[in-house]
Design a protein around this ligand. Sequence first.
Ligand code: UD1
Ligand code: UDP
Length: 369
Amino acid sequence: MMTKVKIMLVFGTRPEAIKMCPLVNEMKKRHDAFDVTVCVTGQHREMLDQVLNVFQVSPDIDLNVMKPGQTLFDITSNVLLKMRVAMEECEPDAVLVHGDTTTSFAAALAAFYLQIPVGHVEAGLRTRDLYSPWPEEFNRQAVDVISNWYFAPTETSRQNLLDEAKPNERIFVTGNTGIDALRHTVREGYSHPALDWAEGSRLILVTAHRRENLGEPMHRMFRAIRRVMEERPDTKAIYPIHMNPQVRKAAHEELDGFDRLRIIDPLEVVDFHNFMARSHLILTDSGGIQEEAPSLGKPVLVMRDTTERPEGVEAGTLRLVGTEEVAIYREFSRLLDDSAAYAEMSHASNPYGDGHASERIADILFQSM
Ligand code: UD1
Ligand code: UDP
């Protein structure tokens, strides 16, 4: 009998879990090929646990690092030290990390120190500005210095890796595993009390959380959104808010008392995808939402100065609007008032994959070990 490949998958935040759980489940299905260990760092707690429940993934190891108001020093040092123990005990043949979080960076570094090969899921995204998004651009570049396998979601990300002289034979364009989940979540006839509340209005979906936007940029975003909506009574907004207390404080300061915008707790991913599918448009600084919205044909105003997801901009679904109040006010108003501009942005396309990325990654790993 062939020996199984021992793989450790490491993740810790909501978006990593959404994009790694489909891969966990795909690899677990292949039990003759893989011996799978799921290690969560717990960089997020409630927001991570929501996703684990949805995908019915139970971690084998939970480093449980989250502290309220944690700094990058806290996350990096705690994950690095605790990962050492977990990896020394597990002795995997390879470690898989995802994307650009501090969990991914510190876990990849721990694997490197123990000379365990690393596979990077969602490799090759770039803005080339280390401070935007911060610290994610550094994290993903650093993981790509360490990695042995690059699972690039698109041709553009493959080219970014080639531009850095990463070896062609280790780069695999697989699509994004985030799209794998979308195949199963969006349903006809889905209902939710918050959607009933918004019935008959144009539904705006809002999220915001980026570290570089904390403070004044976030206040500017919220002020612009409120001003535009106050002027248009046929709009209602739902804002499933991130658990970061700094985000919550800014949002409540700017948005309380405006009853056509509802701030609610983070939604489970199945709910969130169905909210996206029912929305008129989305305002966000999220990464993952920029990948999901094109598949659903939903216009997104990206409240950031840079994006590592140019494919969605080229497809016409995303528009980068920055974080200045005037610019967000102008672009948001235009999209609500100009039906031709809206129609131009609201068509479905799949620049981030066909929903079979996990299968490809599992095949490649098995063949190359
Ligand atoms: C992290 C990632 C970011 C990713 C984002 C997704 C880093 C440096 N940042 O940012 O790349 O886009 O997750 O959401 O890796 N909190 C809770 N419960 C939770 C989650 C967070 O209370 O379940 C609170 C805690 O007070 C925590 C704060 O939110 O200190 C911020 O969480 P943290 O993981 O440090 O940063 P994010 O902004 O979530
Ligand atoms: N999402 C969710 N519930 C919410 C808001 C977002 O499940 O209330 C999902 C969303 O569909 C996407 C991911 O979370 O898959 C994006 O996570 P986030 O914006 O926190 O992080 P980023 O992608 O910016 O790293």
